[in-house]
Design a protein around this ligand. Structure first.
Ligand code: FES
Length: 110
């Protein structure tokens, strides 16, 4: 399947092929995206926050209550926000487009 990464402003900043069972956070970091993922998927930081394209959001399994609670604390949260460490990819989604929030990039000084 194909993953597209967009900047906060909507510009394409990366694309990558991925397979079922891979985790979005790992794919994004391997692609050089500025997602810190400080807690490495322990759901304790929210620095892996991404904004899923509205047309792709329904493809994903719903967020757990714990994920929703953490997202409440993240900056720039939208109705299609998710934690990238909680998204395991499935081939039959075909494509997935996610936006990297502005503050994730600011932390890297970009
Ligand atoms: Fe910390 Fe996802 S990496 S919540």
């Amino acid at each position: 399947m194909k993953i597209w990464f967009l900047s906060a402003g909507g510009e394409t900043i990366g694309d990558v092929e991925a397979a079922s069972g891979e985790r979005l956070l790992d794919i994004a970091q391997a692609n050089g995206q500025a997602l810190e993922g400080t807690c490495e998927g322990q759901m304790a930081c929210s620095t892996c926050h991404v904004i899923v394209a509205p047309e792709d959001f329904a493809k994903l399994p719903p967020a757990s209550a714990d994920e929703d609670d953490l997202l409440d604390l993240a900056a720039h949260v939208t109705r299609t926000s998710r934690l990238a460490c909680q998204i395991w990819l499935e081939e039959d989604w075909g494509t997935l487009t996610v936006r990297i929030p502005a503050d994730a990039r600011d932390m890297q000084g970009r």
